[in-house]
Design a protein around this ligand. Sequence first.
Ligand code: DGL
Length: 272
Amino acid sequence: MSPIGVFDSGYGGLTVLREIVKSLPQYDYLYLGDNARAPYGTRSFETVYRYTLQCVEWLLKQNCPLIILACNTASAKALRSIQQNDLQRLHPTARVLGVLRPTTEIIGKHSATHHIGILATNGTVQSRSYEIEIEKFFPDVTLEQEACPMWVPLVENNEHLSAGADYFVQKHINNILGKDKNIDTLLLACTHYPLLKEKIEKYLPQHVKLLSQGEIVAHSLQDYLQRHPEIETKISKDSRRIFFTTDSAADFTAKASLFFGESIEGKHVDLY
Ligand code: DGL
């Protein structure tokens, strides 16, 4: 088996894999959630890089010709170093892609006012990766960012539908919209956040559009595979999906369907 590897700090990447599988069901996929060390969003650059690299190395050993970092924090803090410094040494013909680039390439087209808000983890906001990348593709876009550090723990602990979650959702939505009255598009720049979508929409004025990344990333991957037959032909195509977690397999199996939309069985792996 030579599957597409999909990585996240925990469950969030499953919201991306779910959309990828809808668009590209023919490929084999191997998911790895580093649940034992999630969340990544509050950790330092060095730590996120070290953790992500360990996970990428494991996915390469499982024979993945292509790996998607379905995690904004890892894409913002670790992807460039892995692409530029590590991949050549570890596996020069394999490819590692992130979720930031596909999003920043098209985001300007979604906004009429060209005022956009980014909702993300502390790590993603502090990296300024969205600012830097969006500036390249859409220099006329005005960007505001808001770190929502409680949102991932709420989702990971299955509290995202609870009344308590409303407080943190409303607080950050009010904060970001208060920074710029012309914002008409908000991006959920963390792969955990789609689970909070309904709650977020409750606090949004009607003219503000909420974007998640799953479909954007799936579309971009489809395009990438068409443009890179040298990678595409290496991926096995038996529609198999295998799920690994660095924490408890039973917990993963119990929770993952919430993110993936269908029940799946997680297996445990010891990476460290
Ligand atoms: N789901 C990840 C992201 O997209 C990170 C969540 C976390 O581990 O803090 O940023």
